[in-house]
Structures are given as structure tokens and as C-alpha cells.
Ligand binder design. Structure first.
Ligand code: CIR
Length: 255
């Protein structure tokens, strides 16, 4: 959690046309910008050096930098996002990653993996299979993670959950907040799992930065649950990004 850097991308006007699984209404552009700005400001207040890349109008979902790469103190991996409309985002982030990471690996096979499906634990990395991450991609990625010294395990994302991390996030090194459908995930063995309060499933996509957990501002029962555990929280607005199936972790790459 002791990140020092983050890489974000400002929302383009086209972001209101970002992918959504349920075909719901467009978000409001200015609302989206406000949520993104509050997020970047919070990361900066928490001490991170945040680079915000220029908007990319031809890629509506490019503000979700998390999905196109993985970043570690020891290096970075360029991924192959599973949504065809997002494939081209990778080339647009390569330069910023190369400038920050002397070791830059890259998926080159036929499979796919989205960063939203990757959960990093203290001792290993879980890769969730989903509509965006297939087994071929997960296996290639596991090999690349091995080159950087990380052990990977492959898990299943429950049906109806976009990304593995749409349904879970780390409260601390040994404790996961998860939606009920993920609570029994075999790869969580040895960790404590806290389930999201009823009706607050979208709260699961928390993001821990140093000693603070970022959480959506609508989820009051989840705030209470975290506060009762002595966790410092920052509640951030996510209503507009939720229209395009996104949450807090999606809007940055961190290392
Ligand atoms: C997409 O469907 O790709 C975007 N509209 C949302 C991406 C959310 N990213 C994430 O959960 N890591």
C-alpha cells in the first residue's frame, strides 16, 4: 500500500460513451470530471506524485488506466485489455510507463487480461477470469509476473461482476472486503473476508493507499464497518463513473 506514484488520465468528452454492461444512461461529463478531479486531489493529499495524462477522445474508457497495465516498484507489464474498443489504449500509455519503469514487460500472446481483474496481495497476485480476462491471457500474465518475482494464482470472477476487483478490495494486508458472491473464493484462503453490507455491493471496489481506504461516498454502512475496524477512510463520489461500470481502483495505476 505504500505507493509513491500514480498514473491517471483525464476523461475525454467521449468518456460519457464509455462501455456499460447494462445499457444504462450516459453519465454527466462535468460530474465525471469532478469525480476524477476529487480522486486525483485525494491521491496527492495522501502523498503520491500523480501524473495525469491527456484525455484520449478516440478511447472513451481510457481514463481507467488500471486496466491496461500493471505497475510495481520493480517494473511494469503492458496488458491486452479484453474489450476490443480498449485495445488501442495500451500504445498510449507505453511512453509514460517506459519513462518511469526501467523494466517494461508486455503481453504478446492471443489471450487477454484487464488490470481490473488483478488483485495484488502481500505474497502473491490473484488473476480473476472474467468476461475481459481469459485463461490464455491469465496464464501468459502469470508467467510475466513470475519474471518480476511475483507468484500468481488464477481465480473465477462470479457471473454478473465485470472485473474481479469490482467485487473485492483489500482493507489491509490480510483482510478483504468482498461481495457475498466472492466471499468463498478459494484463493482467499488464509485471509479474513469481510462481506459488503446488504445493498452495498458496489462499495467493494475500495482502494487502500498507505493508511487510508478510499471508498464510495454513498455506502454509509460500509463506512461504519471500516471505521469500526479503526480504518481511516476517505469517501469519494462515484455516482457518475458507476454509470460506466467503474469504481475507485480503475482510475489509476499505482506503484
Ligand atoms: C469498461 O467497461 O471497460 C469501463 N467502462 C469500466 C472499466 C472499469 N475498470 C475497472 O473495473 N478496473
Amino acid at each position: 500500500f505504500n505507493f509513491t506514484h500514480a498514473l491517471c488520465r483525464a476523461p475525454a468528452l467521449s468518456a460519457v460513451k464509455g462501455i456499460r454492461a447494462d445499457g444504462g444512461p450516459d453519465p454527466d461529463f462535468f460530474g465525471l470530471v469532478a469525480e476524477h478531479e476529487a480522486y486525483v486531489a485525494t491521491l496527492r493529499e495522501l502523498g503520491l506524485a500523480v501524473e495525469v495524462l491527456e484525455p484520449l477522445d478516440e478511447f472513451p474508457d481510457a481514463l481507467f488506466t488500471e486496466d491496461v497495465a500493471l505497475t510495481f516498484p520493480k517494473g511494469a507489464i503492458l496488458l491486452r485489455p479484453g474489450a476490443p474498443s480498449r485495445a488501442g489504449e495500451v500504445e498510449h500509455i507505453r511512453g509514460a510507463l517506459a519513462a518511469n519503469h526501467s523494466r517494461l514487460l508486455e503481453m504478446t500472446g492471443r489471450g487477454f487480461a484487464d488490470g481490473g481483474d488483478i488483485l495484488r496481495l502481500a505474497d502473491r497476485v490473484i488473476i480473476g477470469l472474467s468476461a475481459r480476462t481469459d485463461r490464455t491471457g491469465a496464464e501468459e500474465l502469470a508467467g510475466l509476473l513470475g519474471k518480476l518475482g511475483y507468484r500468481a494464482e488464477i481465480a473465477e470472477t462470479p457471473p454478473g461482476v465485470l472485473h474481479f476487483k469490482t467485487g473485492c478490495g483489500l482493507i489491509d494486508e490480510r483482510t478483504i472486503l468482498a461481495v457475498p458472491a466472492l466471499a468463498d473464493c478459494p484463493q482467499f484462503d488464509g485471509l479474513a473476508v469481510v462481506t459488503t453490507p446488504p445493498g452495498e455491493e458496489p462499495a467493494a471496489n475500495i482502494l487502500r493507499i498507505r493508511d487510508t481506504v478510499l471508498v464510495g461516498d454513498d455506502w454509509l454502512a460500509t463506512h461504519a464497518l471500516l471505521a469500526a475496524r479503526g480504518i481511516e477512510i476517505r469517501a469519494l463520489p462515484t455516482d457518475q463513473i458507476a454509470h460506466i461500470d467503474a469504481g475507485l481502483s480503475c482510475m489509476s495505476l499505482r506503484w
